[in-house]
Design a protein around this ligand. Structure first.
Ligand SMILES: [Ca+2]
Length: 493
Protein backbone atom coordinates (compact mmCIF):
# COMPACT_ATOMS: atom_id res chain seq x y z
CA UNK A 1 0.00 0.00 0.00
CA UNK A 2 1.28 3.45 -0.85
CA UNK A 3 1.86 5.92 1.92
CA UNK A 4 0.02 9.16 1.21
CA UNK A 5 3.20 11.14 1.75
CA UNK A 6 4.74 9.41 -1.27
CA UNK A 7 2.00 10.47 -3.67
CA UNK A 8 3.02 12.44 -6.77
CA UNK A 9 2.32 16.12 -6.24
CA UNK A 10 -0.39 16.26 -8.94
CA UNK A 11 -2.48 13.55 -7.29
CA UNK A 12 -1.86 15.06 -3.87
CA UNK A 13 -3.20 18.43 -5.05
CA UNK A 14 -6.18 16.82 -6.82
CA UNK A 15 -7.07 14.99 -3.67
CA UNK A 16 -6.71 18.13 -1.58
CA UNK A 17 -8.92 19.99 -4.04
CA UNK A 18 -11.63 17.36 -3.68
CA UNK A 19 -11.93 18.59 -0.14
CA UNK A 20 -13.95 15.70 1.21
CA UNK A 21 -11.02 13.39 1.84
CA UNK A 22 -10.09 12.51 5.35
CA UNK A 23 -6.32 12.33 5.44
CA UNK A 24 -4.52 10.13 6.12
CA UNK A 25 -7.18 7.42 6.04
CA UNK A 26 -7.89 7.95 2.35
CA UNK A 27 -5.46 5.71 0.59
CA UNK A 28 -4.84 6.46 -3.01
CA UNK A 29 -2.70 4.15 -5.04
CA UNK A 30 -0.28 6.19 -7.09
CA UNK A 31 0.82 3.21 -9.15
CA UNK A 32 -2.60 2.41 -10.61
CA UNK A 33 -4.38 5.74 -10.63
CA UNK A 34 -6.07 5.25 -7.27
CA UNK A 35 -8.36 2.41 -8.26
CA UNK A 36 -9.82 0.61 -5.26
CA UNK A 37 -10.08 -3.10 -4.66
CA UNK A 38 -13.61 -4.48 -4.35
CA UNK A 39 -14.70 -7.02 -1.75
CA UNK A 40 -18.35 -7.96 -2.27
CA UNK A 41 -19.57 -10.10 0.63
CA UNK A 42 -22.78 -11.99 -0.16
CA UNK A 43 -24.85 -13.66 2.54
CA UNK A 44 -27.23 -16.46 1.58
CA UNK A 45 -30.91 -16.33 2.51
CA UNK A 46 -30.66 -13.75 5.30
CA UNK A 47 -33.81 -11.71 5.98
CA UNK A 48 -32.84 -8.03 6.01
CA UNK A 49 -34.10 -7.45 9.57
CA UNK A 50 -32.07 -10.32 11.05
CA UNK A 51 -28.92 -8.38 11.86
CA UNK A 52 -28.03 -6.44 14.98
CA UNK A 53 -27.74 -3.09 13.20
CA UNK A 54 -31.05 -3.57 11.35
CA UNK A 55 -32.92 -4.09 14.59
CA UNK A 56 -32.84 -7.76 15.60
CA UNK A 57 -32.23 -7.85 19.36
CA UNK A 58 -31.51 -11.60 19.55
CA UNK A 59 -29.00 -12.24 16.82
CA UNK A 60 -25.26 -11.74 17.46
CA UNK A 61 -23.58 -10.02 14.51
CA UNK A 62 -20.81 -7.82 16.00
CA UNK A 63 -18.62 -7.84 12.90
CA UNK A 64 -21.37 -6.90 10.44
CA UNK A 65 -22.62 -4.27 12.90
CA UNK A 66 -19.07 -2.86 13.03
CA UNK A 67 -19.01 -2.71 9.24
CA UNK A 68 -22.21 -0.64 9.39
CA UNK A 69 -20.59 1.71 11.92
CA UNK A 70 -17.68 2.20 9.54
CA UNK A 71 -19.76 2.55 6.38
CA UNK A 72 -23.05 3.61 4.82
CA UNK A 73 -26.23 1.59 5.35
CA UNK A 74 -28.18 1.58 2.07
CA UNK A 75 -31.77 1.14 3.27
CA UNK A 76 -33.42 1.13 -0.14
CA UNK A 77 -31.67 -1.82 -1.83
CA UNK A 78 -33.91 -4.45 -3.49
CA UNK A 79 -33.28 -7.83 -5.11
CA UNK A 80 -34.96 -8.23 -8.54
CA UNK A 81 -35.36 -11.99 -7.93
CA UNK A 82 -36.28 -14.31 -5.06
CA UNK A 83 -33.86 -17.23 -5.32
CA UNK A 84 -30.08 -17.63 -5.29
CA UNK A 85 -29.18 -18.07 -8.94
CA UNK A 86 -31.17 -15.31 -10.72
CA UNK A 87 -30.23 -12.97 -7.85
CA UNK A 88 -26.53 -13.52 -8.45
CA UNK A 89 -26.86 -13.10 -12.21
CA UNK A 90 -28.50 -9.70 -11.67
CA UNK A 91 -25.90 -8.72 -9.07
CA UNK A 92 -22.99 -9.60 -11.37
CA UNK A 93 -24.36 -8.64 -14.82
CA UNK A 94 -26.20 -5.40 -14.02
CA UNK A 95 -29.15 -6.79 -16.01
CA UNK A 96 -32.61 -7.78 -14.83
CA UNK A 97 -33.31 -11.49 -14.95
CA UNK A 98 -35.65 -12.01 -17.91
CA UNK A 99 -33.62 -9.83 -20.28
CA UNK A 100 -30.45 -11.78 -19.43
CA UNK A 101 -32.29 -15.11 -19.78
CA UNK A 102 -31.36 -15.85 -16.15
CA UNK A 103 -34.72 -15.91 -14.36
CA UNK A 104 -35.56 -19.41 -13.08
CA UNK A 105 -33.45 -20.92 -10.32
CA UNK A 106 -30.27 -22.77 -11.31
CA UNK A 107 -30.17 -20.60 -14.40
CA UNK A 108 -27.67 -19.20 -16.88
CA UNK A 109 -27.38 -15.99 -18.87
CA UNK A 110 -27.62 -15.83 -22.64
CA UNK A 111 -24.34 -16.59 -24.43
CA UNK A 112 -22.34 -13.42 -24.98
CA UNK A 113 -23.57 -11.69 -21.82
CA UNK A 114 -20.81 -9.98 -19.87
CA UNK A 115 -20.51 -9.50 -16.12
CA UNK A 116 -18.69 -7.21 -13.70
CA UNK A 117 -15.93 -9.84 -13.72
CA UNK A 118 -15.58 -9.38 -17.51
CA UNK A 119 -15.57 -5.60 -17.34
CA UNK A 120 -13.12 -5.26 -14.46
CA UNK A 121 -10.83 -7.93 -15.89
CA UNK A 122 -10.73 -6.06 -19.20
CA UNK A 123 -9.78 -2.95 -17.20
CA UNK A 124 -6.80 -4.73 -15.65
CA UNK A 125 -8.25 -6.07 -12.42
CA UNK A 126 -7.77 -9.65 -11.31
CA UNK A 127 -11.11 -11.11 -10.35
CA UNK A 128 -12.18 -14.03 -8.19
CA UNK A 129 -15.28 -15.57 -6.70
CA UNK A 130 -15.04 -17.54 -3.49
CA UNK A 131 -17.41 -20.42 -2.65
CA UNK A 132 -20.98 -20.30 -3.96
CA UNK A 133 -21.19 -19.86 -7.73
CA UNK A 134 -24.65 -20.51 -9.27
CA UNK A 135 -23.92 -18.52 -12.43
CA UNK A 136 -23.26 -19.40 -16.03
CA UNK A 137 -22.16 -19.79 -18.74
CA UNK A 138 -18.49 -19.72 -17.58
CA UNK A 139 -17.48 -17.41 -20.46
CA UNK A 140 -19.75 -14.71 -19.01
CA UNK A 141 -18.16 -14.91 -15.55
CA UNK A 142 -14.38 -15.13 -16.05
CA UNK A 143 -13.43 -15.29 -12.37
CA UNK A 144 -10.91 -17.53 -10.67
CA UNK A 145 -12.79 -19.74 -8.25
CA UNK A 146 -11.70 -20.17 -4.64
CA UNK A 147 -13.30 -23.17 -3.04
CA UNK A 148 -14.91 -23.17 0.41
CA UNK A 149 -15.93 -20.26 2.64
CA UNK A 150 -14.08 -20.82 5.91
CA UNK A 151 -10.45 -21.17 4.84
CA UNK A 152 -8.89 -17.87 3.70
CA UNK A 153 -5.48 -19.29 2.70
CA UNK A 154 -6.18 -19.08 -1.02
CA UNK A 155 -8.04 -15.81 -0.47
CA UNK A 156 -4.89 -14.30 1.05
CA UNK A 157 -2.81 -15.58 -1.86
CA UNK A 158 -5.27 -13.94 -4.26
CA UNK A 159 -5.43 -10.53 -2.59
CA UNK A 160 -1.64 -10.31 -2.21
CA UNK A 161 -0.59 -11.89 -5.50
CA UNK A 162 0.47 -8.71 -7.28
CA UNK A 163 0.70 -5.49 -5.29
CA UNK A 164 0.34 -3.09 -8.22
CA UNK A 165 -2.80 -4.73 -9.64
CA UNK A 166 -6.21 -3.98 -8.11
CA UNK A 167 -8.61 -6.86 -7.52
CA UNK A 168 -12.24 -7.72 -7.06
CA UNK A 169 -13.36 -10.63 -4.91
CA UNK A 170 -16.96 -11.77 -4.60
CA UNK A 171 -17.07 -13.75 -1.37
CA UNK A 172 -20.28 -15.79 -1.52
CA UNK A 173 -21.01 -17.50 1.77
CA UNK A 174 -23.42 -20.43 2.12
CA UNK A 175 -24.63 -19.08 5.48
CA UNK A 176 -27.35 -18.85 6.65
CA UNK A 177 -28.81 -21.00 3.83
CA UNK A 178 -30.66 -24.03 5.16
CA UNK A 179 -30.28 -26.68 6.45
CA UNK A 180 -29.22 -24.78 9.58
CA UNK A 181 -26.53 -27.14 10.88
CA UNK A 182 -23.55 -24.84 11.53
CA UNK A 183 -22.54 -22.04 13.86
CA UNK A 184 -22.46 -21.29 17.61
CA UNK A 185 -25.76 -22.83 18.72
CA UNK A 186 -24.86 -22.19 22.39
CA UNK A 187 -25.54 -18.48 21.81
CA UNK A 188 -29.25 -19.08 21.26
CA UNK A 189 -31.81 -20.47 23.70
CA UNK A 190 -34.99 -21.19 21.69
CA UNK A 191 -37.22 -20.43 24.68
CA UNK A 192 -35.77 -16.93 25.12
CA UNK A 193 -36.03 -15.71 21.53
CA UNK A 194 -38.49 -13.09 20.36
CA UNK A 195 -40.32 -14.67 17.42
CA UNK A 196 -40.80 -12.11 14.60
CA UNK A 197 -44.48 -11.19 14.02
CA UNK A 198 -44.67 -12.80 10.57
CA UNK A 199 -43.78 -16.25 11.97
CA UNK A 200 -46.14 -18.50 13.94
CA UNK A 201 -44.74 -18.93 17.45
CA UNK A 202 -44.38 -22.58 18.43
CA UNK A 203 -41.56 -24.86 19.63
CA UNK A 204 -40.64 -25.98 16.12
CA UNK A 205 -40.34 -22.38 14.90
CA UNK A 206 -38.25 -21.42 17.94
CA UNK A 207 -35.80 -24.30 17.48
CA UNK A 208 -35.39 -23.52 13.78
CA UNK A 209 -34.99 -19.81 14.55
CA UNK A 210 -32.17 -20.61 17.00
CA UNK A 211 -30.48 -22.83 14.39
CA UNK A 212 -30.85 -20.12 11.74
CA UNK A 213 -29.43 -17.42 14.02
CA UNK A 214 -26.41 -19.65 14.76
CA UNK A 215 -25.69 -19.67 11.02
CA UNK A 216 -26.12 -15.91 10.87
CA UNK A 217 -23.42 -15.71 13.56
CA UNK A 218 -21.29 -18.11 11.50
CA UNK A 219 -21.57 -15.65 8.61
CA UNK A 220 -20.67 -12.82 10.97
CA UNK A 221 -17.44 -14.62 11.92
CA UNK A 222 -16.59 -14.99 8.23
CA UNK A 223 -17.06 -11.25 7.77
CA UNK A 224 -14.78 -10.58 10.74
CA UNK A 225 -12.12 -12.88 9.28
CA UNK A 226 -12.30 -11.12 5.92
CA UNK A 227 -11.89 -7.70 7.52
CA UNK A 228 -8.91 -9.00 9.50
CA UNK A 229 -7.39 -10.31 6.27
CA UNK A 230 -7.68 -6.84 4.73
CA UNK A 231 -6.07 -5.33 7.82
CA UNK A 232 -3.27 -7.89 7.95
CA UNK A 233 -2.46 -7.37 4.28
CA UNK A 234 -2.56 -3.56 4.55
CA UNK A 235 -5.58 -3.23 2.24
CA UNK A 236 -8.31 -2.08 4.58
CA UNK A 237 -8.16 1.54 3.45
CA UNK A 238 -8.03 1.05 -0.32
CA UNK A 239 -10.74 -1.61 -0.57
CA UNK A 240 -14.41 -0.85 -1.12
CA UNK A 241 -16.25 -3.45 0.96
CA UNK A 242 -19.91 -4.10 0.20
CA UNK A 243 -22.02 -6.48 2.28
CA UNK A 244 -25.41 -7.66 0.97
CA UNK A 245 -27.87 -9.93 2.81
CA UNK A 246 -28.85 -11.46 -0.58
CA UNK A 247 -32.55 -12.38 -0.17
CA UNK A 248 -34.86 -13.40 2.65
CA UNK A 249 -34.66 -16.56 4.74
CA UNK A 250 -36.40 -19.83 3.88
CA UNK A 251 -38.93 -19.53 6.72
CA UNK A 252 -42.54 -19.23 5.51
CA UNK A 253 -42.91 -15.44 5.18
CA UNK A 254 -39.17 -15.18 5.93
CA UNK A 255 -39.08 -13.88 2.41
CA UNK A 256 -37.34 -16.24 0.01
CA UNK A 257 -39.60 -17.34 -2.87
CA UNK A 258 -41.73 -14.22 -2.37
CA UNK A 259 -41.71 -10.66 -3.64
CA UNK A 260 -42.72 -9.30 -0.25
CA UNK A 261 -40.17 -6.99 1.34
CA UNK A 262 -38.95 -9.80 3.60
CA UNK A 263 -37.90 -11.52 0.39
CA UNK A 264 -36.53 -8.77 -1.79
CA UNK A 265 -35.37 -6.02 0.57
CA UNK A 266 -31.63 -6.24 1.18
CA UNK A 267 -29.57 -5.02 4.13
CA UNK A 268 -26.61 -3.42 2.36
CA UNK A 269 -23.52 -1.73 3.76
CA UNK A 270 -20.67 -0.07 1.92
CA UNK A 271 -17.39 0.72 3.67
CA UNK A 272 -14.86 2.79 1.76
CA UNK A 273 -12.60 4.94 3.95
CA UNK A 274 -12.21 8.50 2.82
CA UNK A 275 -15.06 8.22 0.31
CA UNK A 276 -18.04 6.95 2.31
CA UNK A 277 -19.00 8.61 5.58
CA UNK A 278 -18.80 6.15 8.51
CA UNK A 279 -22.06 5.44 10.32
CA UNK A 280 -24.19 7.07 7.60
CA UNK A 281 -27.27 5.82 5.84
CA UNK A 282 -29.27 6.56 2.71
CA UNK A 283 -32.86 5.66 1.76
CA UNK A 284 -32.59 5.91 -2.03
CA UNK A 285 -34.28 3.09 -3.93
CA UNK A 286 -31.75 0.88 -5.72
CA UNK A 287 -31.32 -2.67 -6.95
CA UNK A 288 -28.63 -5.31 -7.35
CA UNK A 289 -28.40 -4.39 -11.05
CA UNK A 290 -26.99 -1.04 -9.93
CA UNK A 291 -23.94 -2.63 -8.28
CA UNK A 292 -21.79 -3.37 -11.41
CA UNK A 293 -22.16 0.20 -12.80
CA UNK A 294 -21.24 1.54 -9.35
CA UNK A 295 -18.10 -0.59 -9.10
CA UNK A 296 -17.08 0.40 -12.62
CA UNK A 297 -17.51 4.11 -11.94
CA UNK A 298 -15.55 3.73 -8.70
CA UNK A 299 -12.79 2.13 -10.79
CA UNK A 300 -12.77 5.13 -13.13
CA UNK A 301 -14.72 3.45 -15.95
CA UNK A 302 -17.78 5.17 -17.46
CA UNK A 303 -20.58 2.60 -17.00
CA UNK A 304 -22.78 4.33 -19.59
CA UNK A 305 -20.33 3.28 -22.31
CA UNK A 306 -20.41 -0.42 -21.39
CA UNK A 307 -21.77 -3.00 -23.85
CA UNK A 308 -23.36 -5.70 -21.68
CA UNK A 309 -23.43 -8.17 -24.58
CA UNK A 310 -27.16 -8.69 -24.09
CA UNK A 311 -29.65 -6.32 -25.76
CA UNK A 312 -33.03 -5.54 -24.23
CA UNK A 313 -36.31 -5.75 -26.18
CA UNK A 314 -35.56 -2.36 -27.78
CA UNK A 315 -32.03 -3.29 -28.84
CA UNK A 316 -30.38 -1.24 -26.08
CA UNK A 317 -27.13 -2.90 -24.98
CA UNK A 318 -26.26 -0.88 -21.87
CA UNK A 319 -26.88 -1.82 -18.24
CA UNK A 320 -30.34 -1.96 -16.68
CA UNK A 321 -28.56 -0.63 -13.59
CA UNK A 322 -27.23 2.84 -12.80
CA UNK A 323 -24.22 3.84 -10.71
CA UNK A 324 -25.01 5.00 -7.17
CA UNK A 325 -21.48 6.29 -6.56
CA UNK A 326 -22.81 9.82 -5.99
CA UNK A 327 -25.05 8.46 -3.22
CA UNK A 328 -22.09 6.71 -1.59
CA UNK A 329 -20.16 9.98 -1.73
CA UNK A 330 -23.01 11.88 -0.07
CA UNK A 331 -23.71 14.00 -3.16
CA UNK A 332 -27.17 12.60 -3.99
CA UNK A 333 -30.21 11.04 -2.35
CA UNK A 334 -31.98 9.64 -5.41
CA UNK A 335 -31.27 6.99 -8.01
CA UNK A 336 -34.56 5.54 -9.32
CA UNK A 337 -38.31 6.02 -8.74
CA UNK A 338 -39.23 2.31 -8.88
CA UNK A 339 -37.73 -1.08 -8.12
CA UNK A 340 -38.90 -4.33 -9.71
CA UNK A 341 -38.85 -8.00 -8.92
CA UNK A 342 -40.02 -11.28 -10.37
CA UNK A 343 -40.43 -14.88 -9.24
CA UNK A 344 -40.46 -17.97 -11.42
CA UNK A 345 -41.57 -21.26 -9.89
CA UNK A 346 -41.08 -23.51 -12.92
CA UNK A 347 -37.86 -25.46 -12.45
CA UNK A 348 -37.60 -25.10 -8.67
CA UNK A 349 -37.17 -28.43 -6.89
CA UNK A 350 -40.61 -29.46 -5.67
CA UNK A 351 -42.69 -26.99 -7.70
CA UNK A 352 -46.10 -28.25 -8.75
CA UNK A 353 -47.66 -25.59 -10.97
CA UNK A 354 -46.50 -22.38 -12.62
CA UNK A 355 -47.06 -19.51 -10.20
CA UNK A 356 -45.26 -16.49 -11.70
CA UNK A 357 -45.10 -13.23 -9.74
CA UNK A 358 -44.16 -9.73 -10.83
CA UNK A 359 -43.77 -6.72 -8.53
CA UNK A 360 -43.08 -3.00 -8.63
CA UNK A 361 -42.43 -0.82 -5.60
CA UNK A 362 -41.93 2.89 -5.08
CA UNK A 363 -40.85 4.48 -1.81
CA UNK A 364 -44.25 3.73 -0.29
CA UNK A 365 -46.48 1.37 -2.31
CA UNK A 366 -46.04 -2.05 -3.89
CA UNK A 367 -48.09 -3.73 -6.59
CA UNK A 368 -47.75 -7.50 -6.98
CA UNK A 369 -49.28 -9.44 -9.86
CA UNK A 370 -49.69 -13.18 -9.41
CA UNK A 371 -50.11 -14.29 -13.00
CA UNK A 372 -51.78 -17.65 -12.30
CA UNK A 373 -53.83 -17.19 -9.09
CA UNK A 374 -56.07 -20.10 -10.12
CA UNK A 375 -53.11 -22.44 -9.52
CA UNK A 376 -51.74 -23.56 -6.16
CA UNK A 377 -48.45 -21.95 -5.17
CA UNK A 378 -46.20 -24.83 -4.17
CA UNK A 379 -42.40 -25.07 -4.48
CA UNK A 380 -41.37 -27.37 -1.61
CA UNK A 381 -39.31 -25.37 0.91
CA UNK A 382 -41.91 -23.16 2.61
CA UNK A 383 -44.73 -25.51 1.58
CA UNK A 384 -43.43 -28.84 2.90
CA UNK A 385 -41.68 -30.16 6.00
CA UNK A 386 -40.94 -28.02 9.03
CA UNK A 387 -41.96 -25.54 10.18
CA UNK A 388 -45.04 -25.47 7.93
CA UNK A 389 -46.24 -28.94 8.98
CA UNK A 390 -46.32 -27.83 12.62
CA UNK A 391 -48.10 -24.59 11.63
CA UNK A 392 -50.74 -26.58 9.73
CA UNK A 393 -51.28 -28.79 12.80
CA UNK A 394 -51.70 -25.72 15.06
CA UNK A 395 -54.00 -24.09 12.49
CA UNK A 396 -56.66 -26.76 13.01
CA UNK A 397 -57.66 -24.97 16.20
CA UNK A 398 -56.68 -21.43 15.13
CA UNK A 399 -58.71 -19.84 12.30
CA UNK A 400 -56.44 -16.75 12.03
CA UNK A 401 -53.39 -18.96 11.62
CA UNK A 402 -55.28 -21.11 9.12
CA UNK A 403 -55.82 -18.01 6.95
CA UNK A 404 -52.13 -17.07 7.27
CA UNK A 405 -51.05 -20.58 6.24
CA UNK A 406 -53.51 -20.71 3.34
CA UNK A 407 -52.10 -17.46 1.92
CA UNK A 408 -48.82 -19.31 1.34
CA UNK A 409 -50.63 -21.54 -1.15
CA UNK A 410 -53.43 -19.37 -2.58
CA UNK A 411 -53.28 -15.66 -3.39
CA UNK A 412 -55.37 -13.21 -5.36
CA UNK A 413 -54.26 -11.97 -8.77
CA UNK A 414 -53.39 -8.43 -7.65
CA UNK A 415 -51.92 -7.33 -4.34
CA UNK A 416 -51.35 -3.70 -3.38
CA UNK A 417 -49.70 -2.65 -0.13
CA UNK A 418 -48.91 0.56 1.68
CA UNK A 419 -45.49 -0.24 3.13
CA UNK A 420 -45.51 2.87 5.29
CA UNK A 421 -48.54 1.80 7.34
CA UNK A 422 -48.28 -1.95 6.69
CA UNK A 423 -44.61 -2.98 6.38
CA UNK A 424 -45.38 -6.69 6.62
CA UNK A 425 -47.82 -6.50 3.69
CA UNK A 426 -50.87 -7.99 5.38
CA UNK A 427 -53.64 -5.61 4.18
CA UNK A 428 -54.27 -6.02 0.46
CA UNK A 429 -55.60 -2.72 -0.95
CA UNK A 430 -55.89 -3.89 -4.57
CA UNK A 431 -59.70 -3.62 -4.66
CA UNK A 432 -59.95 -0.48 -2.51
CA UNK A 433 -61.20 2.38 -4.78
CA UNK A 434 -59.25 4.89 -2.71
CA UNK A 435 -56.02 3.37 -4.05
CA UNK A 436 -57.15 2.85 -7.66
CA UNK A 437 -54.96 5.64 -9.05
CA UNK A 438 -51.89 4.31 -7.29
CA UNK A 439 -52.60 0.83 -8.60
CA UNK A 440 -52.98 2.17 -12.16
CA UNK A 441 -49.76 4.16 -11.93
CA UNK A 442 -47.75 1.21 -10.60
CA UNK A 443 -49.36 -1.12 -13.16
CA UNK A 444 -48.17 1.10 -16.02
CA UNK A 445 -44.62 1.02 -14.66
CA UNK A 446 -44.74 -2.75 -14.33
CA UNK A 447 -46.05 -3.14 -17.90
CA UNK A 448 -43.29 -0.89 -19.26
CA UNK A 449 -40.62 -2.82 -17.36
CA UNK A 450 -41.87 -6.18 -18.60
CA UNK A 451 -41.99 -4.91 -22.18
CA UNK A 452 -38.43 -3.54 -21.98
CA UNK A 453 -37.28 -6.90 -20.59
CA UNK A 454 -39.07 -8.93 -23.25
CA UNK A 455 -41.05 -10.52 -20.42
CA UNK A 456 -44.24 -12.14 -21.73
CA UNK A 457 -45.48 -13.26 -18.34
CA UNK A 458 -46.91 -16.78 -18.42
CA UNK A 459 -45.33 -17.56 -21.80
CA UNK A 460 -41.95 -16.66 -20.30
CA UNK A 461 -42.67 -18.78 -17.20
CA UNK A 462 -43.53 -21.82 -19.33
CA UNK A 463 -40.14 -21.88 -21.09
CA UNK A 464 -38.17 -21.36 -17.86
CA UNK A 465 -36.65 -24.84 -17.88
CA UNK A 466 -34.91 -24.04 -21.17
CA UNK A 467 -33.00 -21.36 -19.25
CA UNK A 468 -31.72 -23.65 -16.50
CA UNK A 469 -28.12 -24.70 -16.09
CA UNK A 470 -27.07 -27.56 -13.88
CA UNK A 471 -23.73 -29.19 -13.13
CA UNK A 472 -21.45 -26.39 -14.15
CA UNK A 473 -17.74 -27.16 -13.84
CA UNK A 474 -15.60 -24.58 -12.10
CA UNK A 475 -12.29 -23.01 -12.91
CA UNK A 476 -9.80 -23.07 -10.06
CA UNK A 477 -7.40 -20.51 -8.71
CA UNK A 478 -3.90 -21.00 -10.04
CA UNK A 479 -2.11 -23.64 -8.00
CA UNK A 480 -5.29 -24.87 -6.35
CA UNK A 481 -6.57 -28.41 -6.40
CA UNK A 482 -8.75 -29.26 -9.35
CA UNK A 483 -12.11 -30.27 -8.04
CA UNK A 484 -15.55 -29.86 -9.38
CA UNK A 485 -17.57 -27.35 -7.42
CA UNK A 486 -20.39 -29.18 -5.75
CA UNK A 487 -23.29 -27.05 -6.84
CA UNK A 488 -26.01 -29.29 -5.58
CA UNK A 489 -24.65 -30.04 -2.11
CA UNK A 490 -25.46 -26.72 -0.54
CA UNK A 491 -27.66 -25.09 -3.11
CA UNK A 492 -31.22 -25.97 -2.25
CA UNK A 493 -33.12 -23.41 -4.20
CA1 LIG B 1 -30.00 -17.35 -1.41
Amino acid sequence: MTDWRQLPLSIFLTVLAAGSFLFPSASVRAQDGGRPNFLLIIADDLTWTDLGFTGNKDVHTPNIDQLAKEGMYLRGMYDPATTCSPTRHALYTGLYCVRAGAYPNHTRAFDGTKSVFTHLKEAGYRVALQNKTHVGPPESFPYEHIEGADDLTETKAFVTRQADQPWMLAYASNDPHGPWTRGPKELYDPAKLTVPPYLHDNETTRQLLADYYAEVSMLDTQVGNLMKLLEDTGQKDNTLVMFVSEQGSSFPYGGKWSVYDNGIRVATVVRWPGRVEPGSHNDALMQYVDVPPTFLEAAGIDPVKIDTGCPDANGYRGFDGKSFLSILEGKSDHLRDYVFSQHTTVGINGYKEPYPMRAVRDTRYKLIRNLAPENTYHIGGIHEGEPITSWQADAKSDPELAKHVDWLFHRTGDELYDLETDPLETKNLATDPEFADIKTRLGKELDAWMAQQGDEGMATELIAESRQNRGRQEKKVKGGKKKKQKEAANSGN
